[in-house]
Write a protein that binds this ligand. Structure first.
Ligand code: FE2
Length: 269
């Protein structure tokens, strides 16, 4: 990694279920030491049982050393979470839901060395339920937080929409990191305007699975077309994410490194 920046941000890819939380608890402190991490963000939308998040699970993740949790379309799955969205500053939901929806998708935080970090959570609209325009909402939010180092989580299905967001925000933010598809992409780069970019940071959870879910049930659904109950998978926990190295003075990225770390050795791939 070209570690020329003075600020290192770790973005942990979608934490899925118990195995994802186990990987965070077991691997995060070592990664933070190894890369000299100053600020940690994780997408938690599937952290409770593989679907949604609860207050208890969010608190558990924050206690592991995560500074801010982002989310996505599954934030609504556990209804008990919704009343906390207005009061939990460290938990974001995509900002481009319509006005009046509980919670927010943008926060400004301070690192230990007193740098100002803005985190923006957006959601795509391609192959997803249509909500407000994430591009125009990003413009509006960036007007409000002009003096912060900005990291964007674009939670979206389509690679094209995420790549377009990377180019659209390049020059105005330090990083655009994709989430939602649970498969880490190998297209990490620093765009010409200084935004670190990756289409998907990957999954933190069981890799002996179909994107974190027990594989037999998923295969059966593909074979039969009949909806059935999905359980979270239980083996081969790994932590996936990216480390973004930033030059705080210019508020631009100078490097981005992918990481996938297994909890156990001897993984099958
Ligand atoms: Fe999602």
């Amino acid at each position: 990694m070209q570690n020329r920046g003075d600020l290192n941000v770790l973005f942990v890819g979608d934490v899925v279920g118990h195995q994802g939380r186990r990987a965070v608890a077991g691997l995060l402190p070592g990664l933070q030491r190894e890369f000299g991490i100053d600020f940690t963000i994780a997408n938690c939308e599937n952290a409770a049982g593989g679907f949604g998040v609860t207050k208890t699970v969010a608190d558990e993740l924050l206690s592991c050393g995560i500074d801010v949790l982002t989310s996505g379309n599954h934030i609504w799955d556990k209804r008990e979470m919704v009343p906390f969205l207005d009061s939990m500053d460290m938990l974001l939901r995509p900002h481009n839901y319509p006005p009046g929806v509980p919670g927010r998708g943008c926060g400004v935080y301070r690192t230990g060395n007193d740098l100002k970090i803005g985190v923006i959570n957006l959601q795509g609209r391609v192959f997803m339920r249509p909500i407000d325009c994430p591009f125009r909402v990003a413009d509006m939010l960036l007007e409000q937080i002009q003096d912060a180092i900005v990291i964007v989580d674009i939670h979206a299905e389509a690679t094209s929409e995420k790549i377009a967001m990377g180019w659209y925000l390049d020059g105005r933010v330090a990083a655009v990191v994709g989430s939602h598809t649970h498969v880490q992409t190998a297209d990490e780069c620093v765009l010409p305007g200084g935004a670190a970019y990756i289409t998907d940071a990957g999954m933190t959870g069981s890799f002996d699975s179909v994107i974190g879910i027990e594989k037999e049930a998923i295969i059966n659904r593909f074979l039969t077309g009949i909806p059935n109950r999905f359980d979270q998978a239980r083996e081969d926990a790994r932590l996936s994410g990216v480390v973004i190295s930033i030059e705080s003075k210019s508020r631009k990225a100078v490097g981005i490194t992918r990481v996938i770390r297994p909890m156990e050795t001897g993984s099958y791939r």
